[in-house]
Design a protein around this ligand. Structure first.
Ligand SMILES: CC(=O)SCCNC(=O)CCNC(=O)[C@H](O)C(C)(C)COP(=O)(O)OP(=O)(O)OC[C@H]1O[C@@H](n2cnc3c(N)ncnc32)[C@H](O)[C@@H]1OP(=O)(O)O
Length: 425
């Protein structure tokens, strides 16, 4: 879709940062002053940031950007992925097709850059399905009461814990290494990675992540970190901020955990043992955990932690054959899949996927009746292995034409480790 008359795209540079911050404040209302925001490092990759200008209008009418995730985890490997972000349209210019034009521009850019996938966090869940993005992962959010009992894990007692003021100088390398390891081998078993896991790959993302301006703390303390070690080697960490509160019953502070990562069950047990037992705190809240995170097995009373599982990362398949061939499958599969795609006609048609379990895969266009059919949105939803094709078929969104094909394809597309991205981009 092209831009309406009177609008034009303009590549943005760092010199446009004030315009970007001002537009962003129109799209996402904030009490922060523009000058204060300008004092904080920007996470944007400027060569992937594009604005829209309008005739007779000062400032930007709209904006979108993407992050380069060269190592985005997909089942059994990684694929170059564009992390779509900072999508915003000025309220005066909304519902005229600017987002639609930006998505088409973004998908064309992905094609040009050789990124078979685009991924995003949706500000509102109803926005992106129409553009072919599927809800590919959910995450687990918990409110764990102080003192929640945890099951014993052998070896946990051998770990030690450091609790410190978080800083990039002191903890940047440690956090990166553990975060990467948790994406590549969350269970320790080779080949079983965590689909959806993205690292903060660019210097801009790193600088932005570690910046800790008081205006973004919401009345909480500066960022803290708990590091779990075994024989002096880091095995897990959690970033967190406490907030003090005195109520009639006494201290009722809350701990907001940013990211909790552990390389095995014993380290996870130690980490959570610390988080649920901080003085003066009544509750620990966390979001963006995988729905199969160890903590939901370790909590003796998981119900008391009020679990919720809203949508996490959404995936848009930009290049169907590259994406199909670019992941590993959990079962042997030889299936023909008819795909519809309203925005990228090159994806439409029937594709034959052939793969051996945990081995190589290939995909090629064929001209024959398909065994199953679906829209590219559903393929994106199933792609990371978190949503099954069977469940999408139960909702009437995937059709089976050859008996047995759905069961086999669904088993092959599923993945033993649930997808998630641990931070919002
Ligand atoms: C990955 C990220 O960055 S997520 C952040 C998204 N940004 C925000 O939420 C900030 C506040 N909102 C906005 O800036 C804008 O309203 C946007 C970006 C959500 C939409 O931009 P617009 O230019 O108004 O969208 P556009 O006119 O292209 O609409 C395309 C279609 O999507 C629909 N749509 C747009 N926004 C929404 C929404 N929030 N919920 C449901 N449908 C929506 C429109 O109704 C339209 O449908 P139609 O084709 O059936 O008529």
């Amino acid at each position: 879709m092209t831009l309406p008359d009177g609008y034009r795209f303009r590549p943005l540079t760092e010199d446009d940062r004030r315009l970007v911050v001002e537009l962003d404040a129109w799209a996402f209302p904030t009490s922060s002053e523009t000058d204060d925001v300008l004092g904080v490092p920007s996470p944007l990759s400027w060569d992937r940031t594009t604005g829209i200008e309008a005739d007779g209008f000062d400032g930007l009418a709209a904006l979108h950007a993407s992050y380069p995730f060269t190592g985005f985890q997909v089942p059994g490997g990684t694929l170059p992925t564009a992390g779509l972000t900072w999508v915003g349209v000025h309220p005066q210019h909304r519902r005229r097709g600017l987002l639609s034009a930006m998505i088409d521009q973004h998908l064309a850019d992905c094609m040009d850059r050789g990124e078979p996938l685009s991924a995003l966090f949706a500000a509102e869940a109803a926005i992106y399905g129409r553009f072919g993005y599927g809800r590919a992962a959910d995450d687990l959010r918990l409110q764990i009461p102080r003192g929640a009992e945890l099951r014993h894990v052998p070896g946990a007692e051998r770990h030690t814990v450091r609790i410190e003021a978080a800083s990039r100088d002191r903890h940047g390398a440690l956090v990166d290494a553990l975060h990467r390891a948790a994406g590549v081998a969350p269970t320790g078993a080779p080949g079983l990675n965590r689909p959806g896991w993205a690292e903060r790959e660019t210097e801009e993302l790193q600088a932005s992540y570690w910046a800790d301006p008081p205006m973004y703390r919401g009345g909480r303390e500066p960022r803290r970190i708990a590091v779990v070690e075994l024989d002096g080697e880091p095995r897990g960490y959690a970033t967190f901020r406490r907030k003090h509160a005195w109520e009639n019953a006494g201290p009722r502070g809350t701990v907001l955990v940013g990211e909790a990562v552990a390389l095995d069950g014993a380290a996870a047990r130690t980490l959570w043992g610390v988080l649920v037992d901080l003085d003066l705190m009544a509750e620990v809240t966390i979001a963006f955990l995988p729905v199969d995170d160890p903590v939901q097995h370790l909590l003796l009373d998981p119900r008391a932690a009020l679990p919720r599982t809203p949508d996490n990362v959404w995936v848009r398949i930009v290049d169907v054959p590259a994406a199909l061939a670019g992941r590993t499958y959990a079962a042997d599969v030889d299936v023909t899949i008819a795909v519809t795609d309203m925005r990228l006609p090159g994806n439409a048609g029937t594709w034959r996927l052939q793969a051996t379990a945990w081995g190589p895969a290939k995909a090629e266009r064929v001209f024959e009746d398909p065994a199953i059919s679906l829209d590219v949105r559903e393929l994106g939803a199933a792609y990371l292995g978190g949503m099954t094709l069977a469940s999408l078929a139960a909702a009437g969104l995937v059709a089976e034409h050859t008996p047995g094909a759905l069961a086999r394809a669904s088993a092959a597309f599923a993945w033993p480790v649930k997808p998630v991205c641990s931070w919002v981009f």
